[in-house]
Each structure stands twice: as structure tokens, then as C-alpha cells.
Design a protein around this ligand. Structure first.
Ligand SMILES: [Zn+2]
Length: 72
């Protein structure tokens, strides 16, 4: 689970959620990070293996990711 990208899998923009469906390890599992723009496309893609779930990526979760330090 560690090292999930926080960028949209489709456009590389900032991801707002992880869309997943199915069950890991069964061969019927799809998950991808998505930005606001591509959420619908991600659901359509993931729904091929079952009902989709949305896991929001917020400031709290983002802290768990390995992010480069940004200084402004
Ligand atoms: Zn996108």
C-alpha cells in the first residue's frame, strides 16, 4: 500500500481519490488514482470487475505518502 502515487493515473494532475473495485488477489481487482476530471472514467474502467468504491485522498492520507518536500 505504501508509495501510492498521489497523481491522477490518466493525466498526472493532482489526485483527489482512489477508485477501486473487486478484491485484491482475486484477479478481479482494479484501482487507480484519479483527479476530479477523470473520476467518471475511472469508475467506468474499474466497474468492469464489480461495484466501485471511492477512497478520498485528503490532507491526512497524503501525509502517509512519500512526497518530496516542497519549500515555498
Ligand atoms: Zn486526470
Amino acid at each position: 500500500m505504501a508509495g501510492w502515487p498521489t497523481y491522477c493515473a490518466r493525466c498526472g494532475g493532482p489526485a483527489i481519490a482512489l477508485v477501486e473495485a473487486g478484491h485484491p488477489g482475486t484477479g478481479h481487482y482494479r484501482a487507480e488514482t484519479t483527479c476530479h476530471r477523470h473520476t467518471r472514467a475511472a469508475h467506468r474502467w474499474a466497474s468492469a470487475v464489480g461495484p466501485t468504491r471511492t477512497i478520498p485522498i485528503g490532507p491526512t492520507q497524503a501525509a502517509l505518502f512519500e512526497l518530496p518536500e516542497v519549500t515555498r
